[in-house]
Design a protein around this ligand. Structure first.
Ligand SMILES: NC(=O)C1=CN([C@@H]2O[C@H](COP(=O)(O)OP(=O)(O)OC[C@H]3O[C@@H](n4cnc5c(N)ncnc54)[C@H](OP(=O)(O)O)[C@@H]3O)[C@@H](O)[C@H]2O)C=CC1
Ligand SMILES: O=C(O)CCC(=O)C(=O)O
Ligand SMILES: [Mg+2]
Length: 743
């Protein structure tokens, strides 16, 4: 076995899962090394990606490799085996904070130029643009997505159901969406007949043509679509919904995906900010222009820029903001104690995680008074709003879901080769004026076009044929493996979906589907099919495009398990390798805050444990490595015992936290290795480890718990100090000594 084939890559990322890594990875490494498997870290954190983008500004000792590019290339090789933990998909305020921190640590990376003044600043902005938003996932996800709950995890959740808030028939919570002028209404889609370079261009009212994107290579058979959001219609819609929320006496909230739709959704978010605070923006237009205030960056950035003003001028604007709050409906809050609202930053409320939590918490969100209230959930685009309303209506009719009995909804998601929204980043534009935006193929034929007005948001997406074929294959294979019905969530009335349906209908007959139940239903119909089954304890497979993949793989896990972090998230790479993602949830910034303040980390690494298992299994079968297979099997047993004994982190100081949960994983894994008889070497080696860990259980727990209850200095947030953080995350000398002696 070559070094390459016996290697697993563990991604270095941000926030809570990065903290957990400091404690977990030494344990994992000690166990796998004993079997000749190397687990190697590659840093794709926001900070790491910033440093990699500006090598010429750093001295030799500060330079880092461009690991994302390396990993992107690795996904194309059949031996790729990558464990990917969730990373930050950064908004501009997050990026700026990371830059500031790095500068403070002595890395001379340039400031982010919000409004580039010259070519040099434009070049800097272009480099940073590659780091913003969902910049990692589209590069690594070179396969489609298979997200589901492991049987042992589902059984555990049913045995220990999490708390859910009750729903009552009179709940005033609802989804509000546009009825026209949205992406859904304007979408056009074609299947490309002949390969070639296309271009996207804007034709002004005067006939002048401006190329927005050149050399857009289209493959034969791929689906390409274009749609736009009318800004005039959006602003009128927002204003109407603000009025309506006030009348209805519910909170006002907006749920977008500013990370994955990183060009369009921050702009949409900005319209929410500038319509909600219309009077403030109008009255202070000149001052805001002078301060460079951009509503897309949210109220948080606005406040930061106001802070530069002398006290009296600042107070005048703040009074205007307070007056706006008083005349508007109450806003949903991110942190009511600190006064952080839904409109502070586009990355604080992200639809995939935020909407399921509304449903889990009785259809309510936190208000400025620190209490839960009914809420208007504004999701402008009908492509992705209507099924949430259906789920809420179901709760109003039948009450809250019961995690002790509900069935499971797994997902097969189309995302390979930058499918759908992942491919939209370099094809999304704000219309530079009134005119037409059109997609023109190599022969000069117009594939699709839209009449737009200045500021309208035009979005193009590509979905290649090979990924679609692979997605259909994966759906059939999951249906065969589970016996559960597979439902393609596709809407015949949506232009893009109509093209995809034609392909699904063409590729399904390539497979043996005898005895399988397969449906094609619109999102609302699919919900109507799925929810009664779920309530009856039956399992269903959702087969969806990229955005619905994202939304549903938080929605159902959060209802079923309380969090999506416990999911298995497998990406069989098209080139034959494996990408094993952990959970479906994000980087849990709240958890880091708690760790900094109280030395308590409640991040649950179960997703990581599961991913290590499938990664080792993949490595074992691909390279015929019996030791790796044995490690996978014994880890599976350890995970089962971990769940049986309920060793997940609790939530409060004095109880077992993330670090304590890792100790139990090590103990149970060592015990399982000691108990097996297939490999005498591993048995002997781990019998000793199991005995040492077992004998020191009380002592190790005492050392781990003694480390809690006081603030922790990590020496950085985006780019923490390795030594400081490592000390904080590995506070038990007894555990460290046993683990470090294994290899
Ligand atoms: N694949 C990726 O790379 C992804 C990245 N992200 C990024 O993550 C960041 C935060 O996203 P956000 O939408 O707030 O979602 P998060 O999933 O980070 O947080 C939502 C809540 O989920 C719970 N949670 C999530 N993971 C765990 C875990 N392992 N253990 C225990 N509880 C968990 C926590 O709930 P509680 O507080 O109730 O304990 C947490 O506060 C963003 O920057 C986003 O871009 C998001 C999704 C996927
Ligand atoms: O790519 C991203 O920004 C987030 C993706 C995500 O939320 C998911 O895959 O569940
Ligand atoms: Mg998600």
């Amino acid at each position: 076995m070559s070094a390459e084939t016996g290697k697993i890559i563990w991604t270095g990322i941000d926030e809570a899962p990065a903290l957990a890594t400091y404690s977990l990875l030494p344990i994992v490494n000690a166990f796998t090394r004993a079997a000749g498997v190397v687990v190697e870290t590659r840093d794709i954190s926001v900070a790491g990606r910033i440093l990699a983008a500006f090598p010429e500004r750093l001295d030799e000792s500060q330079r880092v490799r461009d690991e994302l590019t390396y990993l992107g290339e690795l996904t194309q090789l059949p031996h790729a085996n990558i464990i990917k933990l969730p990373n930050i998909s950064a908004s501009i305020p997050q990026l700026k904070a990371a830059i500031k921190e790095l500068q403070g640590q002595g890395y001379p990376v340039p400031d982010y130029p919000e409004a580039p003044a010259d070519e040099a600043e434009k070049a800097i902005q272009a480099r940073y643009a590659k780091i913003l938003g969902s910049a990692v996932n589209p590069v690594l996800r070179e396969g489609n997505s298979d997200r589901r709950v492991a049987l042992s995890v589902k059984r555990h959740a049913q045995k220990h159901p999490h708390r859910m808030g009750a729903w009552t028939p009179d709940s005033g919570t609802h989804v509000a969406h546009m009825d026209s002028g949205d992406f859904y209404g304007s979408e056009k889609s074609v299947t490309v007949a002949a390969a070639g370079n296309a271009r996207i261009e804007f034709v002004g009212a005067d006939g002048a043509v401006k190329v927005l994107k050149d050399k857009l290579f289209l493959q034969e058979g791929e689906v390409v679509d274009g749609s736009f959001l009318s800004v005039k219609a959006l602003r009128a819609f927002i204003a109407g919904q603000i009025e309506a929320a006030k009348k209805e006496g519910v909170l006002f909230s907006v749920h977008l995906k500013a990370t994955m739709m990183k060009i369009s959704d921050p702009v949409i978010f900005g319209h929410f900010v500038s319509v909600f605070f219309k009077d403030v923006f109008e009255k202070n237009a000149a001052l805001f222009a002078e301060l460079g205030i951009n509503p897309d960056l949210g109220l948080g950035d606005l406040y930061a820029k106001l802070a530069k003003l002398p006290a009296d001028r600042r107070a005048a604007v703040e009074a205007d903001i307070q007056a706006a709050y008083a005349s508007r409906p109450a806003l949903a809050m991110v942190d009511s104690e600190k006064g952080i609202t839904n409109l502070h930053a586009s990355n604080d409320i992200i639809i995939d995680a935020s909407m399921p939590v509304v449903i889990r918490d009785s259809g309510r969100m936190w208000g400025p008074d620190g209490k839960l209230h009914d809420v208007k959930c504004v999701i402008p685009d009908r492509c992705y709003s209507t099924f949430y309303q259906e789920a809420m209506d179901d709760c109003r009719r039948h009450g809250q879901f019961d995690p002790a009995t509900m069935g499971s909804v797994s997902n097969v998601g189309l995302m390979a080769q930058k499918a759908e929204e992942y491919g939209s980043h370099d094809k999304t534009f704000k219309a530079p004026g009134d005119g037409v935006i059109r997609l023109v193929d190599a022969s000069g034929a117009v594939l699709l076009q839209h009449a737009v007005e200045k500021g309208d948001i035009w979005r193009g997406c590509q979905t290649k044929d090979l990924p679609i074929r692979d997605w259909v294959r994966l759906a059939v294979s999951r249906a065969r493996a589970t016996g559960a019905p597979a439902v393609f969530w596709l809407d015949r009335n949506r232009a893009h979906d109509a093209q995809i349906i034609a392909k699904v209908e063409r590729y399904l007959p390539d497979h043996d589907t005898t005895g399988l139940e397969i449906h094609i239903l619109s999102p609302v119909e699919a919900m109507r099919f799925t929810l009664p089954r779920t309530r009856a304890g039956k399992d269903t497979i959702s087969v969806t495009g990229n955005a619905l993949r994202d939304y549903l793989t938080d929605l159902f896990p959060i209802l079923e398990l309380g969090t999506s972090s416990k999911m298995l998230s497998i990406v069989p790479l098209l080139a034959g390798g494996g990408l094993f993602e952990t959970g479906a949830g994000g980087s849990a910034p709240k958890h880091v805050q708690q760790f900094q303040q109280e030395g308590y980390l409640r991040w649950d690494s179960l997703g990581e444990f599961l991913a290590i298992g499938v990664s080792l299994e993949h490595l074992g079968t691909t390279f015929n490595n019996p030791k790796a297979l044995l490690l996978a099997e014994t880890l599976d047993q350890a995970n089962a015992k971990f769940l049986d004994n309920n060793r997940n982190p609790a939530r409060k100081v004095g109880q077992i936290d993330n670090r304590g949960s890792h100790f139990y994983l090590a103990l149970y894994w060592a015990e399982a290795l000691a108990a097996q008889t297939r490999d005498a070497d591993l048995q002997a080696r781990f019998a000793k480890v199991a005995a040492q860990l077992g004998a020191n259980e009380a002592k190790i727990n005492a050392e781990l718990i003694a480390a809690q209850g006081r603030p922790v200095d990590m020496g950085g947030y985006y780019h923490p100090d390795f030594e400081k953080t490592s000390r904080a995350m590995r506070p038990s000398p007894t555990l460290n000594a046993i683990v470090d002696a294994i290899a």
